[in-house]
Design a protein around this ligand. Structure first.
Ligand code: NAD
Ligand code: MG
Length: 383
């Protein structure tokens, strides 16, 4: 039996992970399951999987969680401290599936226990890349990239030497607005942005896919996970999302990982790593797909990848500022407060201000994150 904790168990990554566990329950001992506010839903999962502890980040939901867990043996807790404590109970593998920088501290707590961490929470790596990786090294943790592109690259690098890499190519679907004009983009609604052509995911990453900020964040994520240098990382738009990413070696060989647009595939690859496990995913039907197409990204209409590249080139606190400003701008767009094209425009404005000095600790990253959120909100109020 292997032990597992899932941070963000009620989300899309959480649901895909639990779906895989459900098929082979006898193999897994569930330590902690966490959520933000969906206490009743979390309690039901904790009971179903016989978890040790269930934690909601929102303390106001603790009575609801307690009530829903009454009569079971599952412990209940709430608050950000409790989230970190649950993550530091340790497990053979922790799935980091919280969305946003809110996942950083609990993910770090899991890393400090030295187990395997399946990292879906890209914002944690964007905001605190160097610090997070130093802790992985220090505590002997194993970081397993779960984001589909990074999982693809990770698989394509197995058995090879990273010094032999010419190019790492991240593929991007281009999102629902790939063919839209600037004028159409200005009028895009949250409802339209939330309709991703290929993937079913949480709201924040779905909007990030529509602006291409998701690929910008993934560019920074790849830079930290696969140290080939920024000038060897590139992005290609591939609307079918069949090739999840590619690695080209210096002899001219390109290795690619293909699969259905189903996060259970990369999650399964992390859960079973370095072995393989069965999934119930539909096999890839290439004749039915017919064609794979590729385009260069258009940074005029979708400036987010340029902003991310500039932020990671600037280094220091810039990626944390980019991420925090984007999180606030996406929330404002979803709340109907700003236009779709304002998301990247607001991030751009926050990056053109004086950037705080490079954070050296987790607390300093969290301070940059909090400060940038406050400033971005203020800027939105006065817009
Ligand atoms: P989601 O919105 O569906 O789920 C997020 C989870 O985090 C939920 O369990 C929620 O309760 C929890 N959460 C939200 N805010 C929180 C807070 N402040 N404190 C504690 N917990 C909080 O999101 P998702 O689509 O599952 O994405 C999760 C992460 O995985 C993101 O970083 C995303 O970029 C990454 N990712 C997701 C997919 C996907 O297919 N969904 C693919 C690649 C990467
Ligand atoms: Mg991805």
């Amino acid at each position: 039996m292997r032990s597992i904790s899932i941070l963000g168990a009620t989300g899309s990554i959480g649901a895909s992970t639990l779906d895989l566990l459900r098929r082979d329950k006898g193999k897994w001992r569930v330590v902690a399951l966490t959520a933000n506010g969906k206490a009743t839903e979390l309690a039901a999962l904790a009971i179903e999987f016989d978890a040790e502890i269930a934690v909601v980040a929102d303390e106001a939901r603790l009575p609801e969680l307690r009530e829903a867990l009454a009569g079971s043996s599952v412990e209940a807790a709430a608050g950000s401290q409790a989230l970190c404590e649950a993550a530091s109970r340790g497990a053979d593998i922790t799935v980091a599936g919280i969305v946003g920088c809110a996942g950083l501290a609990p993910t770090m707590a899991a890393i400090r226990k030295g187990g395997a961490v399946a990292l879906a929470n890209k914002e944690a790596l964007v905001s605190a890349g160097d610090i997070l990786l130093a802790e992985v090294e220090r505590y002997g943790a194993t970081l397993l990239p779960t984001d589909s592109e990074h999982n693809a690259i990770f698989q394509c690098l197995q058995g090879n030497n990273i010094a032999d890499v010419n190019w790492i190519t991240l593929t991007a679907s281009g999102g629902p607005f790939r063919d839209w004009t600037m004028e159409q983009l200005r009028a895009a609604t949250p409802q339209q942005a939330l309709k991703h052509p290929n993937w079913s995911m949480g709201a924040k990453i779905t909007v990030d896919s529509a602006t291409m900020m998701n690929k910008g964040l993934e560019f920074i994520e790849a830079h930290h996970l696969f140290p080939v240098g920024l000038d060897r990382l590139r992005i290609v738009v591939h609307p079918q999302s069949v090739i999840h990413s590619m690695v080209e070696y210096r002899d001219g060989s390109t290795l690619a990982q293909l699969g259905p647009s189903d996060m259970r595939v990369p999650i399964a690859s992390c859960l079973a790593w370095p072995e393989r496990m069965n999934t119930a995913c539909k096999p890839l039907d290439l004749p039915a797909i017919g064609q794979l197409t590729f385009f260069a990204p258009d940074e005029e209409r979708f400036p987010a990848t340029r902003l991310a590249r500039e932020a990671v080139q600037a280094g220091g606190a810039a990626p944390a500022v980019l991420n925090a400003a984007n999180e606030v701008a996406v929330e404002a767009f979803l709340a109907g407060q700003i236009a779709f094209t304002d998301i990247s425009a607001k991030v751009d404005r926050m990056l053109s201000r004086a950037i705080p000095s490079a954070p050296a600790t987790l607390d300093e990253v969290l301070a940059v994150d909090a400060e940038t959120r406050a400033l971005t909100r203020k800027m939105l109020e006065h817009a």
